[in-house]
Design a protein around this ligand. Structure first.
Ligand code: ATR
Length: 307
């Protein structure tokens, strides 16, 4: 499947049977699996529309939204590196997305005014329910890599869900103090229940990390460590025990070193495919106001990953 640029918009429907109505923007965007997730969904719902990739340069996100609306697009997903710029280019932003500091879903109203949402956080909560049959809010959580974009979205969701423990871990500790402040402010602003001191921050080489992992029920990897098959686990995986649930946001490779080790130690494991699926399903629900066909979406993305 090819990618387009904004200069292709004028001719994007030439020689095509279905009009382009949904897009993911990013740079680069060629790697995005969103079309393989969304096109089967649109097809299975009988919606006469194409979902395409559009490469957009940094600094041009607002302009891209204007042009896409003018070209008849109904909904947009946003991927790296544009999630913050997209937030700034919205007329209204969902409060949870504002706390996450990132927007991955744009909904246009009839005048082209755009509202930004972040479906990564809520999609993660759905993924945990699907994978482990438990509510995220009932778990004590530790997030390894909380300084990155995915880690921040998931940390925010953990606060929204009222997790009683949220330990934020990052190689670069300095990134975590501002995040902790924002999450603490979110707790006060939204008047969320639960202990005020539930958020802890820790660097990846903190000697207390082993005991922090031991005290946790759900271990989440949001670092990029594991994207290469030869990567080690982001922390010593011998610390994983059978009582742990281990979620790696990486889905390709399907089993990172962390997941392989964790499984061998008797923990329950899941990879990021369910997060990819549910964040996409939630985007579709925002655009179409109906339930997403999860089966078609799952099959589409699994086929793409095999190919
Ligand atoms: P994003 O696009 O999600 O923001 P990113 O900036 O590449 O992704 O960062 C993802 C996470 O992986 C970060 O938490 C990053 O840690 P730093 O904040 O210290 O950079 C983490 N990460 C990347 N490489 C790592 C490594 N070799 N060891 C530990 N953590 C690593």
């Amino acid at each position: 499947m090819k990618s387009y640029t904004l200069s292709d918009l004028a001719s994007i429907n030439e020689n095509e049977t279905k009009p382009a109505r949904f897009a993911v923007i990013g740079n680069p965007v060629q790697h995005s699996l969103s079309p393989q997730l969304h096109q089967p969904a649109l097809d299975s719902l009988g919606i006469d529309a194409r979902y395409v990739r559009v490469e957009v340069e940094s600094g041009k996100v607002a302009e891209a939204f204007d042009q896409l609306f003018e070209a008849g697009f109904l909904g947009i997903n946003v991927t790296v590196p544009h999630k913050l710029e997209a937030l700034e280019a919205c007329h209204a932003v969902d409060p949870a997305a504002a706390s996450m500091g990132a927007v991955n879903t744009i909904v246009f109203d009839k005048d082209g005014k755009r509202t930004g949402f972040n479906t990564d956080g809520p999609g993660f909560a759905r993924a945990i329910r699907e994978e482990f049959s438990v509510d995220l809010g009932d778990l004590k959580v530790i997030i390894i890599g909380a300084g990155g974009g995915a880690g921040r979205a998931i940390a925010t969701q953990c606060i929204i869900e009222n997790c009683s423990q949220v330990i934020l871990v990052n190689r670069t500790l300095e990134k975590l103090a501002p995040l902790k402040d924002q999450l603490t402010e979110l707790i006060s602003r939204e008047d969320l229940e639960g202990p005020r001191d539930r958020i802890e921050i820790m660097s990846l080489d903190d000697p207390q990390l082993e005991s922090a992992i031991d005290a946790s029920e759900l271990i989440i990897n949001t670092t990029s460590v594991g994207l290469n098959s030869a990567d080690p686990s982001p922390f010593p995986s011998r610390w994983v025990e059978p009582h742990h649930l281990v979620y790696d946001t990486i889905y390709n490779p399907a089993r990172t070193r962390l997941l392989r080790d964790a499984e061998a130690q008797g923990a329950r494991i899941a990879n990021g495919l369910s997060l990819l699926l549910h964040q996409g399903a939630l985007s579709l629900e925002y655009w179409l106001n109906q339930d997403a066909p999860l089966g078609a979406m799952r099959e589409g993305v699994q086929t793409a990953l095999k190919g």
